[in-house]
Structure formats: C-alpha cells, structure tokens
Design a protein around this ligand. Structure first.
Ligand code: XIL
Length: 342
C-alpha cells in the first residue's frame, strides 16, 4: 500500500523541478528502497517517473507457476503514484528473467498459454497505474550478422518469432491504454554490430506495425560504454525513421560503464558527461524522447560494478549521484536539457 515518508524522513530539500518537457525517471530496487530513506528521498527529489528495476521480471514475480508476487513492485508503484510521479513496467519477457519452471516447458501450446496468462494477469493488475511496458526485452541477437536476427531464447526455441507479436497483442488486449515498448541494448555506437542491431530493430518494428501489431516505442537502454563512440548520425537517422512511422523513443536504462576510463574519478565523470551528452544530442536530433530513465540513481547501488568492474579495482561511477548522493557535474545539465526538451 502507499508508503508515506517513514518516521524521521524529511521531505526533499531541493524544490521539485518545474515540469520537464521530457520526464526524467529512475529505476529503483526494492531491497534498498526498504531500508535506505535517503535513497527514496533522492528518487522523489529528482525523478518524474519511478519504476521497479527488477521486481516485475518474470522470475521474481512468478517464482512458481501459481504465485504472482506483486507485493514488492506494488510498494514501489504505490510510492511513485502517491507522490505524483509516473511509473512504468519492466518487463514481461526477457531471456535473463526466465524462471526454470518456464524453461522446463517445451510444449508450444503449454508455453503459449503461460505467456498469455502471465501478460494478461500482470498487465491487468497494473492497468491504469503503469502507463507503459517493456513488452519484450533484448530479443535481438547480440551480433545479428553472426547469429541471425533474434537472440536464442527459450521463448524463441519453443514458440518461434511469433512469440513477439503474441506478447504485444496480448498486452494490448489486457491494457489497451498502455504504451507498448520494445527494449534493447547496444543500439548506440559506431560499428557494424550496432549498425546491424539498429537495422534489425527498425525492420522488426516496421514488420510488426505492418502486421497491425501495436508497438508504440523503442527503448534504447543507454548502458553507455564511456570508451566507445556514440554514432550520432545513425542514432539520429534511427530516431527519425521511427518517428516517420509514429514510433517513439525512450532512453530506458541510462548508466555509464567506465571500466576502461583511466585517471580517476574526475576523468570517469568527465567521460560519463561526454557520453551522456553525445547520446542525448543524437537522440534529440532524431526525435524528442518520451523519457530518459536512469538505471538507478546513485553509485551506492548499481549493477555496473558487479557486471563490469574496473580492472584497477576502484569504484565505478555509473550514475548521476555519487555514493554520498552528491550530484555529478553532468546531472544538472541533463535535467536542464530535459526541462527544455532539446
Ligand atoms: C539488471 C539489474 O540492474 C540488476 O539489479 C539485476 O541483478 C540484473 O538485471 N538490461 C536490462 C536490465 O534490461 O533488466 C538489467 O538489469 C541490466 C541490463
């Protein structure tokens, strides 16, 4: 139920920003949300949209076939909405969040029924509260020229590519008002692999739309490798091509992977600022994004240090606030940019 500020927790000290043209969001983790008042406060201070980072993933939500464990995500969504913020859902289908009991289902009819039941139940539970959903997450192959267009997942193996339109159509039926998003990573950089990933995404979205399947936006995750070059022109063209078919763009999981940046914290932050700026320049050149969402808010908690640690063992600095909740120099300009929408 709605979680008010805990006893002793003070209201945000920094005044709420004037309404931003492009909402800034943050993905929050229940385990820190529950115990760290400063963490909650930071999301209230800076975000227009607060979304559960992990709690809606299939494996956490459905540890077993008969259990829908809505409570942790509900607490976050209620917190967001009761403070006048928006929220969104991540995600119905993701290779990384497929529980073993689902992976054990090899009969297509049975798996199709599970997919439909899952999306219907979850979308229905949140209808009117989560205004958009990542319907499928990371369905594009890591390296399409080498591997074919789609990632090898349990859903693909058992149901084939039709599981993608099926997921969108089921979501649209369960919550006709929700914006339905296809979300993926490595759409950001220069080089043949990202060229192929962008081309695959665009072709897939066009194909879905042509078949009458509702896809409203592409989520570009924006896990930014600070040492790679953002492909300004390709991203701008990608965004413009989506706009031309009435498909929006969201920067859906922004953080900075600084494992190859040498020097120290100042250099890491400078590289992060540069990467964020380059991404937003490119995105805005194609179309105004629907939202920019950071994957966390503070360096105190981030998946980046675990998944992509720095070789010298020093802390990663992926997020807009440092581990003491101090703003990085690049955060103000980012918020300003979203405020003005350009
Ligand atoms: C990550 C979370 O940040 C971690 O807390 C969790 O342990 C694993 O998943 N792409 C995605 C996200 O779409 O769901 C992933 O989130 C990061 C990569």
């Amino acid at each position: 139920m709605g979680l008010a500020l805990a006893a002793g927790e003070v209201a945000p000290t920094i005044a709420a920003p004037a309404r931003r043209r492009v909402p800034f969001g943050g993905a929050i983790q229940a385990e820190h949300f529950d115990v760290d008042p400063e963490y909650r406060k930071a999301f209230l201070t800076y975000c227009d949209l607060i979304m559960p980072m992990n709690e809606l993933k299939f494996d956490l939500l459905r540890p077993s076939p008969d259990v829908f464990s809505f409570e942790p995500a509900d607490r976050i969504v209620d917190f967001a909405l009761s403070h006048g913020k928006g929220s969104r859902g991540h995600c119905f289908l993701w290779w990384g969040g497929t529980p073993d009991w689902v992976k054990a289902i090899t009969d297509p009819k049975r798996l199709e029924a599970v997919l439909i039941e899952h999306i219907e139940t979850v979308a229905d539970h949140y209808a009117g509260r989560l205004t958009s959903w990542d319907v499928v997450n990371e369905v594009i192959a890591n390296d399409p020229p080498q591997e074919g267009a789609l990632r090898d997942t349990h859903w693909l193996r058992v149901l084939g590519p039709r599981h993608i339109p099926l997921a969108f159509l089921t979501a649209a039926k369960a919550d006709p008002k929700a914006r339905l998003v296809i979300n993926d990573y490595d759409l950001e950089y220069v080089g043949p692999r990202c060229d192929a990933r962008r081309a695959t995404m665009l072709a897939m979205v066009r194909q879905l739309k042509d078949a009458g399947v509702p896809v409203h936006a592409v989520g570009m995750q924006g896990h930014l490798y600070a040492d790679l070059q953002i492909d300004h022109d390709a991203i701008a063209a990608f965004g413009a091509a989506l706009k031309a078919i009435d498909v929006g763009l969201i920067v859906s999981e922004l953080d900075i992977i600084d494992w190859h940046i040498e020097g120290g914290p100042a250099e890491q932050d400078a590289a992060a600022g540069k990467a964020v700026n380059a991404l937003l320049d490119a995105v805005f050149a194609g179309q105004q994004p629907e939202a920019v969402i950071a994957w966390g808010l503070t360096d105190r908690y981030s998946w980046v240090g675990g998944a992509m640690p720095r070789p010298d063992g020093t802390p990663v600095r992926p997020l807009p606030l440092d581990e003491h909740y101090r703003r990085k120099a690049w955060f103000g300009p980012l918020l300003d940019r979203l405020k003005h929408g350009r």
